[in-house]
Write a protein that binds this ligand. Structure first.
Ligand SMILES: NC(=O)c1ccc[n+]([C@@H]2O[C@H](COP(=O)([O-])OP(=O)(O)OC[C@H]3O[C@@H](n4cnc5c(N)ncnc54)[C@H](OP(=O)(O)O)[C@@H]3O)[C@@H](O)[C@H]2O)c1
Length: 256
């Protein structure tokens, strides 16, 4: 079985690669950091899998097209759209070019790859598409406004697609992790935010294991971890405005 993972050079994507390796799957590892991708490949092989490195920047259309060409003759059984990043700060002050690049990676690349591989999967007779969304998919998030909005797109897109693609034997799962210890916080400049200073932040291997179990069971929505699931359930009992205000407080800068 061939499994293509974007963002396989670190964090949750790398951990998912290890879990598929244990099943003996062949991994197609996509990311920009070649050294880290080869490190993932090395550990995948140690765990009984095999891997090919595809060093592409999926923020660039030409790289997406090159990736599609390079995988043209392969049957991709599972596509995991995991690559993504956030940015912390007041919207009036954050760097627009980083936000537009975030939209390109979190939304444009995910949509492009989903369409192309879904079309190939219909010819193959089926497959799985896993979209890494977030608990931030469920409401707006002041101080990370663009990131929360990108993840709302991923959830909405995936829920609708799960319904549309079911008759083609294509299982679509939206995975919604909460705050997880990876490089995400550093990349998003979250050092001053209170978000990652709370107790109970999950680690990437646990998030990956719970996600893997959920999507391999064919679930449409997977929220890894009891407290994250409780959090999403609880959002039903607050107004959308209240949720946004609470998120603003949670993400406010702190010296703690
Ligand atoms: N950590 C959290 O708290 C958290 C919570 C909810 C959801 N998530 C989501 O989980 C996913 C994985 O994040 P993570 O926490 O594992 O963060 P991470 O450790 O920073 O990993 C992000 C991965 O995305 C890849 N990536 C970023 N931009 C890329 C690009 N232009 N082209 C190709 N690959 C790119 C990175 O690879 P290269 O640098 O090698 O390109 C890296 O492998 C993301 O979608 C994130 O939004 C994370």
């Amino acid at each position: 079985m061939n499994v293509l993972i974007t963002g396989a050079s670190a964090g949750i994507g790398r951990e998912l690669a290890y879990l598929h390796a244990k099943q003996g799957h062949h991994l197609l590892l996509v990311g920009r950091n070649v050294e880290q991708l080869f490190e993932t490949k090395h550990f995948v092989e140690q765990r009984g899998g095999s891997a090919t490195v595809f060093p592409y920047d999926i923020g660039q259309i030409l790289h997406i097209q090159a990736l599609l060409r390079a995988t043209e003759h392969l049957q991709i059984d599972i596509l995991i759209n995991n690559a993504g990043f956030g940015l912390y700060g007041e919207f009036l002050e954050t760097d627009l070019s980083r936000e537009l690049n975030m939209i390109d990676v979190n939304i444009r690349a995910l949509t492009y790859l989903t369409k192309m591989f879904a079309q190939r999967m219909t010819i193959q007779g089926g497959g799985r598409i896993i979209q890494i969304a977030s608990t931030s998919s469920f409401h707006g998030g002041p101080l990370m406004t663009v990131y929360y909005a990108t993840k709302a797109y991923v959830l909405s897109f995936s829920e609708a697609l799960a319904e549309e693609l079911a008759p083609y034997n294509i299982q679509v799962t939206a995975v919604c992790p909460g705050a997880t210890h990876t490089d995400f916080a550093a990349t998003a400049d979250l050092a001053t935010s209170g978000l990652f200073k709370r107790p109970g932040i999950m680690d990437a291997p646990t998030v990956a294991q719970l996600s893997f179990t959920g999507y391999m069971q064919g679930k449409t929505l997977v929220i890894p971890g009891r407290s994250n699931a409780m959090y999403v359930f609880m959002t039903r009992f607050f107004t959308r405005r209240k949720l946004v205000q609470m998120t603003h407080q949670l993400q406010a800068p702190t010296d703690r």
